[in-house]
Design a protein around this ligand. Structure first.
Ligand code: PEP
Ligand code: MN
Length: 379
C-alpha cells in the first residue's frame, strides 16, 4: 500500500490515515487533485502500514489503494495504479537554511550556487573563500542562492594521499559559517559519523565513491538533513535513483541528485576527468521528483574547462551547481587535493554573472522552444 485515493471532503478519514502513517513510521504527502479526489502517498518503508490495508480500504471516502511499481517509489514522479491510472507528483524543493536567516531553495526554478574549496585546508583559505562567496552573493543580490562547500573528510583513491583535516576541517567550516552566515555542505563517508557531522553541517554530501554504501545512505537519511547524492562512477540512472531511495525510505525526501560525470572509454584519452552526462539531468527530473544539480569540477579535472562545463548544465535545467574554487592563485601549489580543477574566485564571479544573464535572456527562449514539444505531446 503506497497511495490511498480519497474522495474530497472526508477530512476525518484523512486525519485517521495520517495518524496511522505516523504510528507506522511513515510521513505523508497529499496531492490535492483537480477533480473529485486527493491522493495520500506514504513516504518511507511501507511494509508495516501495508498490513493495515484491509482496515484502510473500509474507511469512509476511500476510493482505492495503489501500489507503486517502480523500485524507487518514494521519489518517483509517477505513481501508477493497477489499472494503469497515473498520479503525477510535483517536484520537491529542498530547503537549506543559513544562520543568516535566508533559505536556499533548491529546485524552485533559480540556479543555486554551491561553491568553495575541495577541502578546507587552512583557516585563511576557508574564511577567505567564504567571504568571497558572500561578496558575490551580495554583489548580484543572490545571497539566498549561495551555499558553501568543503569536504573535511576526503575519500581518496590512494591510501597515501592526504585525506582532509577531519574534525579540524569541520571547525573551520563552522567558523566560516559563523563569520558569513552562509550554510555549508560537507561529505560524510562513514555511517557511524552521520549523526555527529549532522550536528554541524547544514547539508550532507554523499560522494561518488560511497554512492552505493547502503548503510551510509540509510544513516544519512535518518538524520533528516538535506543531502546531496553524487552519482556513482558508473551508475546507471536507475541505480542512482535507487540509491536515493535508500535515503527516502527513511522518510527523508530532502535529497538533491548531483551529476558529476561518469567514467567512459574516452576519459583515458586525457582530455577530461569524467564524461558529463547532461542528458541524465533531464531524465532524473522526469523520472523523479527530486532536484538535480551539476558538478563541473570533477567532470573537468582542469580549471580551464570548468566554466564551459558549468554553463553547459544550464540548458539542461540543472537546479544548481557545485563548484570547487581557489581563494588565491598562489595557493594552487599548496592545495593537497584537486588543485588542477580549482577555479579562481575571480573567474567564478564572471561565471555567476553569465549564469544570471542566461537565466534572464535564454530561459524565456528555451521555454518557448520546449512549448512546441509540450503541445505536440498533448495533440
Ligand atoms: C568532492 O566533491 O570533492 C568529491 C570527492 O566529489 P566526487 O565524490 O564526485 O568525486
Ligand atoms: Mn574534489
Amino acid at each position: 500500500m503506497d497511495i490511498v485515493e480519497l474522495e474530497k471532503g472526508f477530512t476525518e478519514t484523512e486525519e485517521i490515515i495520517k495518524k496511522l502513517a505516523q504510528e507506522c513510521g511513515n510521513s505523508t504527502e497529499i496531492i490535492r487533485g483537480a477533480n473529485v479526489s486527493d491522493t495520500i502517498h506514504f513516504i518511507g518503508d511501507t511494509r508495516k502500514i501495508s498490513e493495515k490495508q484491509g482496515y484502510v480500504k473500509e474507511l469512509p471516502g476511500v476510493i482505492r489503494i495503489w501500489d507503486v511499481s517502480v523500485s524507487y517509489k518514494n521519489i518517483a514522479r509517477l505513481g501508477s495504479g493497477k489499472n494503469g491510472e497515473v498520479v503525477h507528483r510535483s517536484s520537491r524543493v529542498v530547503e537549506v537554511k543559513g544562520p543568516d536567516g535566508l533559505v536556499r531553495k533548491i529546485g524552485a526554478g533559480k540556479h543555486i550556487f554551491i561553491v568553495g574549496p575541495d577541502s578546507p585546508q587552512t583557516r585563511e583559505q576557508t574564511l577567505t573563500i567564504a567571504k568571497q562567496a558572500k561578496a558575490i552573493g551580495e554583489k548580484f543580490g543572490i545571497l539566498d542562492r549561495i551555499i558553501l562547500r568543503g569536504g573535511a573528510f576526503k575519500p581518496r583513491t590512494r591510501p597515501t594521499d592526504w585525506r582532509g583535516l577531519g574534525w579540524e576541517g569541520i571547525k573551520l567550516l563552522d567558523e566560516a559559517r559563523e563569520e558569513t552566515g552562509l550554510p555549508y555542505v560537507t561529505e560524510v563517508m562513514d555511517h557511524t559519523m552521520a549523526d555527529k557531522v549532522a550536528e554541524h553541517a547544514d547539508m550532507i554530501q554523499i560522494g561518488t565513491r560511497n554512492a552505493q554504501d547502503f548503510e551510509l545512505l540509510e544513516a544519512v537519511g535518518k538524520t533528516m538533513k538535506p543531502v546531496i547524492l553524487k552519482r556513482g562512477f558508473g551508475n546507471e540512472a536507475e541505480e542512482w535513483f535507487s540509491a536515493a531511495e535508500y535515503i527516502a525510505n527513511q522518510g527523508n525526501l530532502n535529497i538533491v541528485l548531483c551529476e558529476r560525470g561518469v567514467k567512459t572509454l574516452f576519459i583515458k584519452e586525457g582530455y577530461c576527468r569524467n564524461t558529463p552526462d547532461y542528458n541524465v539531468i533531464t531524465h532524473a527530473k522526469k523520472k523523479t521528483i527530486l532536484p538535480c544539480i551539476f558538478d563541473p569540477s570533477h567532470v573537468a579535472g582542469d580549471d580551464k574547462i570548468v566554466v564551459q562545463n558549468l554553463l553547459g548544465c544550464l540548458s539542461f535545467r540543472a537546479d544548481g551547481s557545485i563548484t570547487e574554487t581557489l581563494h588565491s592563485e598562489a595557493f594552487r601549489k599548496e592545495q593537497k587535493c584537486d588543485a588542477a580543477q580549482a577555479l579562481s574566485m575571480e573567474v567564478y564571479e564572471k561565471a555567476v554573472e553569465a549564469i544570471l544573464e542566461y537565466e534572464s535572456k535564454i530561459y524565456p527562449l528555451l521555454n518557448s522552444m520546449e512549448q512546441y514539444f509540450f503541445q505536440r505531446s498533448k495533440g
